[in-house]
Design a binder for this molecule. Structure first.
Ligand SMILES: CCCCC/C=C\C/C=C\CC/C=C/CC(=O)SCCNC(=O)CCNC(=O)[C@H](O)C(C)(C)COP(=O)(O)OP(=O)(O)OC[C@H]1O[C@@H](n2cnc3c(N)ncnc32)[C@H](O)[C@@H]1OP(=O)(O)O
Length: 277
């Protein structure tokens, strides 16, 4: 894509002016041989389109393929948004084929990030609703900026939709049944302080989040891989296997739910309000 531009244009065009079609969507860097940083870079809000999910999966696989790398920090290029979650436009009057493909890519994203052999540290320097919270919860450790205006949580019910069963399971596993029951029903978005209290995040920082995330990545990367991965498989294997077995059933639930006229009206209204803001 970018390579289709002339070399002069490639050198002079400001990255801010690049359309998403011309962007790489994620950037990978290696601050040290054992640590990778995967930066989400899909303006304006790092929402997860089909292509964005596929790109994140491809990048995780690329990082995993280097046996020296032990830990990965997941961060955002946006200074105040980690990820706004699923790209809502993917669910707005879609074709059935695209919608099903979109959902398969979201499932794969979850399965890949949740099960990777890498230690994963979420560096949450901004808002992280819904699918953004899914990305964070799929990591092994979550560090969030203490900025009080930031929000994290699962707000699906506010859009007139429900979290899929496996995201509900992930939420329950992370914060416990009762808190998840209330949080899901109300579509609650938590402040960083509240998120720390219920253990939705592990640590709050005032300093640049990435600095602390890199320190934690160093600590996690120093643990011998075999035992660390075996523990991860023991804790996460059942949920992964369960979704692997139910993938197509889940695609069907998602498709039938989203294609309902009432749900479509709700999504349309939510999108209109977002753009009006
Ligand atoms: C028994 C049967 C049950 C079956 C169940 C089966 C399956 C489950 C069914 C469905 C599950 C679906 C799961 C969904 C999870 C999700 O992730 S849904 C997405 C939820 N995300 C949100 O609600 C976040 C919305 N965004 C915001 O709140 C704000 O944008 C922000 C992140 C706080 C940032 O605010 P800021 O003021 O900086 O930016 P703007 O609001 O002005 O946004 C800029 C621009 O971006 C557009 N936009 C924002 N978020 C999204 C998004 N998620 N997708 C697409 N587009 C988004 C916004 O509209 C603006 O656009 P512009 O006006 O054209 O500039």
């Amino acid at each position: 894509m970018l390579s289709r531009l002339s070399p002069l244009a490639q050198r002079t065009i400001s990255p801010r002016l690049l359309s998403n079609a011309q962007r790489t969507l994620v950037n990978i860097s290696y601050p040290s041989p054992k640590i990778a940083v995967l930066e989400l870079d899909r303006p304006p809000v790092n929402s997860l389109s089909l292509e964005m999910s596929a790109k994140i999966v491809e990048s995780i696989k690329e990082i995993e393929s280097n046996p020296e790398v032990q830990a990965m920090v997941l961060k955002s290029s946006n200074p105040k948004i980690f990820s706004a979650g699923l790209d809502i436009t993917e669910m707005n009057r879609p074709t059935v084929a695209r919608l099903e493909d979109f959902w398969r890519n979201i499932q794969t994203l979850f399965l890949t990030l949740y099960s990777t052999r890498l230690s994963t540290i979420a560096s949450i320097d901004g808002h992280s609703p819904a699918g953004g919270c899914l990305l964070a919860m799929s990591c092994d450790y979550r560090i969030m900026s203490a900025t009080p205006s930031y929000k994290i949580g699962l707000n699906e019910t506010k859009l007139g939709i429900a979290a899929p069963y496996w995201l509900k399971d992930l939420f329950v596993t992370t914060i416990g049944y009762r808190e998840a029951e209330v949080g899901l029903a109300l579509g609650k978005l938590y402040s960083p302080k509240e998120a720390l209290e219920i253990k939705l995040v592990d640590e709050l920082v005032d300093s640049p989040v990435i600095d602390v995330a890199l320190k934690r990545a160093d600590e996690w990367a120093s643990i011998p891989e075999k035992g660390r991965v075996a523990s991860k498989v023991m804790l996460r294997g059942a949920m992964i296997q369960d979704l692997e077995e139910k993938r197509e059933m889940d695609v069907g639930w998602f498709r039938d739910f989203i294609m309902e006229e009432g749900v479509q009206k709700g999504i349309e209204g939510y999108l209109k309000n977002l753009s009006k803001k």
